[in-house]
Design a protein around this ligand. Structure first.
Ligand SMILES: [Zn+2]
Length: 428
């Protein structure tokens, strides 16, 4: 944890600033707190592997005792959810982490059933992500244009945090209760982000106005204390600007009026609207935003969707801001010609044939469940596609062939994090 993050951290319960307890065990690396104990006016919290743990669930208390004794590897293991009973898994995970060739995939595999790793390989091209990314780039890109910091709340393994890396003035904060996921995010998915382990059902451990952009994507329907969450989201972006320079975004939250897989406890569109109290949010149906993206833009945030139409939407995007530049049509960014990580053939494709000039790929879903939840990707992913061999060998060599733009735009080629361990397709 860097100083810039320490400065905005507050106790979720008493609201006071934290101090590093220098009389307890601690390890610093440059200006970063690697391990140690943070004290406020009411309690103490551990920093484990550079990640402040700002809640008091049993694992946090146990990890704090271990850090006090200088047992930092065991503290990490406890925060990973691996107790004495899971010692063999703990050994396996620690060994993989310490190895040179460690990747996102090898670590997730070492966790086995202890982490929900399932569809991570496909995340960067699934329809929920595609809309979330476009909304993030449009709204965060607008309100952070002249500086300010971003936070991704309940951001899991940091897939959308990665979309904020170049927009946030200080490193974006990734907040989530699942320590293993945010640990993986900082190392692989969004290197350089600042993870904070905290509970979405408790007050957020940040100072008022610490951020200019706050978002929660694909998670809000699982939050029980929704009213507190929204009021707190507005508090952490309250810079005294009355919302003219900041924005709160809840994207992909389910709708009580319709059924969806992984439903959670969603509210109705009006129920969501009522949570905001001090600012009138705009609620958009994700089907129209998805169509905007598939059609190449613009992403039209100027829509005023009648409540009857919203009732029929399986997923909603809620934007609260008074910034004049947000509720307008936003041109989509051109597909990147340089990878943030590395370009790979979308792992949803398997080789199905070949000629001298090209390799043929066929779309294949990892499971029926995946197809049911994310089958809408068929609208941009062709059932079958031939990719020229020179494109594939250039990708394998880490070069970017000239005519890649359209393949990247359609997510046939995806920009995945380095050491994510996606297969290199089509090279034999
Ligand atoms: Zn406190």
């Amino acid at each position: 944890m860097r100083t810039s993050t320490f400065e905005i951290l507050r106790c979720p319960y008493c609201g006071s600033r934290l101090d590093l307890v220098t009389s307890s065990f601690h390890q610093l690396q440059g200006d970063e707190i690697q391990h140690g104990i943070l004290g406020c006016q009411c309690c103490v919290f551990p920093v484990v592997d550079g990640i402040p743990v700002m809640h008091l669930q049993p694992a946090a208390t146990k990890a704090r005792e271990l850090v006090e004794r200088g047992e930092t590897v065991n503290a990490r293991r406890v925060m990973f959810g691996l107790d004495e009973a899971d010692a063999a898994v703990g050994e396996r995970v620690d060994t993989v982490i310490a190895s040179d060739g460690a990747t996102y995939r090898t670590i997730v595999e070492a966790f086995g059933e202890y982490i929900e790793g399932g569809y991570f390989l496909y995340r960067f091209a699934d329809p929920t992500f595609v809309v979330g990314h476009a909304v993030t780039r449009a709204v965060a890109g607008t309100v952070l244009k002249h500086g300010g910091r971003a936070i991704d709340i309940c951001g899991g393994s940091g897939h959308l945090t990665r979309s904020l890396m170049d927009l946030s003035a200080a490193a974006p904060v990734l907040a989530d209760l699942y320590f293993a996921k945010i640990w993986l995010a900082r190392r692989f998915t969004a290197p350089g982000c600042e993870p904070v382990c905290c509970d979405g059902n408790s007050p957020m451990p940040f100072a008022r106005g610490a951020f200019r952009y706050a978002m929660c994507s694909d998670a809000f329907m699982y939050i029980w204390t929704k009213r507190q969450f929204v009021q707190d989201m507005l508090r952490v972006i309250d810079n005294g600007d009355n919302g003219r320079e900041s924005a709160a975004v809840i994207s992909h939250t389910h709708n009580q009026c319709t059924w969806t897989p992984s439903h959670g406890q969603p509210l109705t569109p009006d129920g969501y609207r009522n949570l905001f109290e001090t600012i009138e949010p705009r609620i958009l149906g994700e089907s129209a935003l998805f169509a905007d993206v598939v059609n190449g833009g613009p992403l039209d945030l100027s829509r005023d969707v009648p409540s009857k139409a919203l009732d029929a939407e399986p997923a909603l995007t809620i934007i609260a801001t008074r910034h004049p530049g947000v509720f307008v049509p936003h041109a989509l960014e051109p597909p990147p010609n340089r990878a943030q990580g590395e370009f790979r053939v979308n792992p949803l494709y398997v080789e199905s044939g070949a000629s001298a000039a090209s390799v043929v790929f066929r779309l294949q879903f990892p499971s029926d469940d995946y197809e049911q939840e994310y089958g809408a990707c068929r609208q941009y992913l062709p059932e079958e596609i031939a990719i020229p061999r020179e494109v594939l060998s250039a990708l394998a060599a880490g070069r970017v062939p000239g005519d890649l733009a359209d393949l990247v735009r359609r997510r046939v080629i995806v920009d995945l994090p380095r050491r994510y361990d996606a297969p290199v397709a089509g090279i034999t």
